[in-house]
Design a protein around this ligand. Structure first.
Ligand code: 13P
Length: 287
């Protein structure tokens, strides 16, 4: 069964740990994340970008695949299926297709329009028990063709959006999707502390979890972050493991070209990365 992210994130916030959102791209990815969550007794959020949703033949396909996998693999830990950086139309489609959580990313609208559209998505989602993430201050870097400017959010705007009743709030604090440049200034903890002060118990979300050093992750969790998104790191470890398999010529040995064999090292690499992140985030044995 899929659950809203509300309860798992409120528990995480109270318990001072974070639940990982791991983005999925295909069946192997999904299976790797679900099995790792179950093996480590951790709650988990499966993130689906609009691009990944299209790649996987639409949100309904994704919902049905994930639900069937939860049942066939006997997954009993809480799993939330979450639209990542959803547009206004995309969020509505994901809700209709049975996602249990959506992000409406209105950060590129002016604050008034962001508020109006966030309100509408909240009303629609909450009527069906679906959690909603909103964003203030665009997250930097490029993700699935969406390029954000890397802003630092205005804490007062964060409070305005939090007060609409969103389940969790993503605020830009200098975080960037993908690899961080060598001259990156780090996370802005003063702004994070201010946002936490103004928004109280509201679970905060940190995007761009790939390149943030462990000490900064821990500090962010201590300042109220209870959901951390990871995408690029799983892609990098998947690609590296697949490349190694091919470079070693394993695809030419026996039945090494069988996709089930060819994708196996990448699958194991994702499992390892997800486990490392769950350890760092403190979500192990919190299901
Ligand atoms: P990374 O790709 O940097 O891990 O960020 C993922 C993310 O924030 C998804 O919304």
């Amino acid at each position: 069964m899929l659950v809203s992210a509300k309860e798992m994130l409120e528990k995480a916030k109270a318990g001072k740990y974070a639940v990982g959102q791991f983005n999925i791209n295909n069946l192997e990815w999904t299976k790797a994340v679900l099995l790792t969550a179950q093996e480590n007794n951790s709650p988990v959020i499966l993130g689906v970008s609009e691009g990944a949703g299209k790649y996987m033949c639409g949100y309904t396909t994704v919902t049905n695949m994930v639900k069937a996998m939860i049942s066939e693999l006997n997954i009993t830990v809480p799993v939330s299926l979450h639209l990542d950086h959803g547009s206004y139309e995309g969020a509505k489609k994901a809700i209709a297709a049975g996602f249990s959580s959506v992000m409406f990313d209105g950060s590129h609208y002016g604050i008034e329009e962001n508020i109006e559209k966030t309100k509408e998505i909240i009303a629609l989602a909450f009527s069906q028990g679906i959690s909603v993430e909103a964003e203030v201050g665009a997250i930097g870097g490029e993700e699935d063709g969406v390029i954000g400017g890397g802003e630092v959010a205005d804490p007062d705007e964060c409070k305005m959006i939090a007060d609409l009743g969103v389940t969790m709030l993503a605020a830009g604090i200098g975080n960037i999707h993908g690899k961080y440049p060598s001259n990156w200034k780090g996370l802005n903890f003063d702004v994070l502390a201010k946002i936490q002060e103004l928004t109280g118990v509201k679970p905060l979300v940190l995007h761009g979890g790939t390149g943030i050093p462990a000490d900064m992750i821990k500090k962010a969790i201590s300042l109220g972050v209870s959901k951390i998104n990871v995408n690029t790191e799983c892609q990098l470890t998947f690609a590296a493991a697949t490349r190694k398999y091919i470079e070693e010529g394993k695809d030419l040995e026996g039945k090494g070209f069988d996709p089930r064999k060819l994708l196996a090292p990448g699958f194991e690499a994702i499992k390892e990365t997800v486990k490392e992140k769950m350890e760092l985030f403190g979500s192990i044995n919190k299901a």
